[in-house]
Design a protein. Structure first.
Length: 227
């Protein structure tokens, strides 16, 4: 059994999509980041960076394995099951480079974009322009990649697609229009039709019916504390 410490953010969605796709048995442990639950000692013992998601895999030899960082968790689950990531060779590293691209580039830049456009108490035009433009640049990188391949890693659906798709879903909140990126748009629509993706987002709605609604001041204070 895997315990998934989760909230309804793009990084949280990565893990529910992967677990649904892989058919692994898991138990959701909601961590409401709008209420500051990511700062409890119990959660910090698992995820010292006070960020969701995190997981604890009890189905291992010896002590349960606790992991934080969504990219590491995706790689672990793929290796655990032998699915969604080539086991060796060039195809493995091509896939991993796009996973790391999301972790180091798209996620942080789109996240800052979303914060300064939608949540910052003080509007900073320079920051908004900087992060919207950088997000657009990254979308163009992805669009160029998807011009030549069906999936981000190549011919097969993988953890790279799973990592990137939830960050593309809120594209309008990032000041992006998918018609400007036709190859991304086609890929985005195709993956959105996967049953595992649909199940993951239905699950998110059941956990947090308020997702997508404006954040109140108390929730904003907890969410961005320490950033």
């Amino acid at each position: 059994m895997i315990d998934l410490y989760y909230w309804t953010t793009p990084n949280g969605h990565k893990l529910t999509i992967a677990l649904e796709e892989l058919g692994l048995e898991y138990r959701l442990m909601p961590i409401n980041i709008g209420k500051g639950e990511q700062f409890t000692p119990e959660f910090l013992a698992i995820a010292p960076n006070n960020r969701i998601p995190a997981l604890v895999d009890h189905d291992v030899e010896g002590e349960p394995l606790a992991l934080f960082e969504s990219g590491a968790m995706l790689e672990y689950l793929a290796d655990k099951t032998g699915k969604l990531l080539p086991a060796q060779g060039a195809a493995r590293y091509v896939t991993l480079q796009w996973l790391y691209w999301q972790m180091a580039g798209l996620g942080p830049m789109a996240g800052q974009n979303h914060h300064f456009r939608n949540y910052a108490q003080e509007k900073v035009p320079y920051a908004i322009e900087r992060y919207v433009n950088e997000t657009a640049r990254l979308y163009r990188v992805l669009d160029t990649r998807l011009r030549d391949v069906a999936y981000v890693g190549g011919d097969e659906y993988s953890i790279a697609d799973i990592a990137i798709w939830p960050w593309i879903k809120p594209h309008q909140d990032q000041g992006q229009q998918l018609e400007d990126f036709p190859h991304v748009a086609q890929w985005f629509e195709r993956i959105g039709e996967r049953d595992a993706v649909k199940r993951a987002y239905a699950l998110a709605e059941s956990v947090n019916p308020d997702q997508g609604k404006p954040m109140d001041e108390e929730a904003r204070r907890h969410l961005f504390k320490g950033r």
